[in-house]
Design a binder for this molecule. Structure first.
Ligand SMILES: Cc1ncc(COP(=O)(O)O)c(C=O)c1O
Length: 373
């Protein structure tokens, strides 16, 4: 352990827990609470209300005595909202991803993955023992090339897996083409909308909600929904299958009442939050333009997640510290979360940011580059 930790330190990749600074003068640019719902009165009162009626725990796993009305009602609302036959709750997105992939894939399966898919999807692939083929990021041409390989065509099951808005790059998967390729080559399609629900789509349905051709539609409540937990929307048969074979669903205590109440309240608010979505989108355009003007690489981001690519670990840590000294809270994202040489600040924008907050961030970054280059 010591050697491994020392190596991390030598590489400037050592991670430490920090408590989030508080105070009115601290500007947080790394929260995933994109719609500023974590402190919203409706979510808080729904959670308190459910706690008062039903208590603090669900008392068992869903298959024992932990399956309650509040779980089933939330699932039926999710299915309706995202346009699928059914839905199934999971305790976290990480747990959902590792256990769903493991349940659906085995040694005979070929998993076709976007190269930048989230760690939870990669862990699921490793645990499943399936053959993992990674296509270049958002490159449907490369995906098609891999799909046409004889061993891929001969496999009894193929599954294309992609995020929709990418968590570290803030760009978008070519959803239409993924649906088309999955259909054409008889492949299952799994889309992770963790960073898209609530904040994208005319009513917060994400980029892939209310679309035919997606077999496993997955998202979490821990980001724009301001809460905790995750769900999949799928067919009834898929739901039955996951209830029977997804160990991360079977062997775990069901989500507590307060958590499901907050998720339901967030879902009800999503369609009413167009002004917030537009505001975040305008802030994103402002920040992207400002950063580009000072020569910062923001990759292909066109969303509320904006990478400020800094390159190496030392530069990234120095910039992060300098911003923190000025009350701007950002975190350095380093390998193994992102590829070597692609260290960055991952800026996430929320409905709570103002245009002047964005200007303050741009000026601080510009000044730092000016003084340090
Ligand atoms: C794309 C993606 N999927 C899944 C997860 C995991 O979700 P959760 O935080 O609910 O475990 C995350 C990050 O948290 C993510 O970025």
């Amino acid at each position: 352990m010591r050697d491994a930790l020392d190596e991390r330190k030598a590489q400037d990749r050592f991670r430490e827990l920090r408590t989030v600074p508080s105070g009115s003068n601290v500007l947080n640019f790394c929260s995933n609470d994109y719609l500023n719902l974590a402190g919203h009165a409706s979510l808080k009162s729904a959670a308190i209300h459910y706690t008062e009626i039903y208590g603090t725990g669900s008392t068992a796993s869903r298959l024992i005595s932990g399956n309650h009305n509040w779980h089933e009602q939330l699932e039926s609302r999710l299915a309706g909202f995202f346009g699928h036959e059914t839905a199934l709750l999971f305790n976290t997105g990480f747990q959902a991803n590792i256990s769903i992939i493991q349940a659906l894939a085995n040694r005979d399966t070929v998993l076709l993955y976007d190269r930048l898919n989230h760690s939870s999807l990669i862990q699921g692939a490793r645990l499943s023992g399936a053959k993992l083929l990674r296509y270049n990021h958002c490159d449907a041409g490369h995906l098609k090339e891999l799909m046409l390989r004889q061993d891929v065509q001969a496999a009894p099951r193929r599954i294309i897996v992609s995020e929709s808005v990418f968590s570290m790059d803030g760009d978008r998967a070519p959803i239409d083409t993924l649906i088309q390729l999955a259909r054409e080559y008889n492949s299952l399609l799994m889309i992770d909308e963790a960073h898209a629900i609530g904040i994208t789509g005319s009513e917060g349905q994400g980029l892939a909600g209310r679309r035919d051709g997606i077999d496993i539609y997955l998202a979490t409540f821990g980001k724009a929904a301001g809460g905790f937990g995750a769900f999949v929307c799928c067919s009834r048969m898929m739901r039955d299958y996951l209830i029977n074979f997804a160990s991360g669903f079977i062997y775990t205590t069901a989500l507590p009442p307060a958590v499901t109440a907050a998720a339901r309240a967030a879902l009800e608010l999503f369609p009413q939050l167009s002004a917030e979505r537009e505001h975040v989108s305008n802030c994103s355009a402002l920040l992207l333009a400002g950063l580009k003007k000072i020569g910062i690489d923001t990759l292909a981001s066109d969303s509320h997640i904006i990478p400020v690519v800094t390159g190496d670990e030392k530069t990234t840590l120095a910039l992060t510290e300098a911003l923190r000294d000025q009350g701007i809270y950002v975190v350095a994202i380093r390998p193994p979360t992102v590829p070597d040489g692609k260290c960055r600040l991952r800026i996430s924008l929320t409905a709570a940011h103002t245009r002047s907050d964005i200007s303050r961030l741009i000026t601080a970054i510009e000044n730092w580059y000016h003084e340090n280059q």
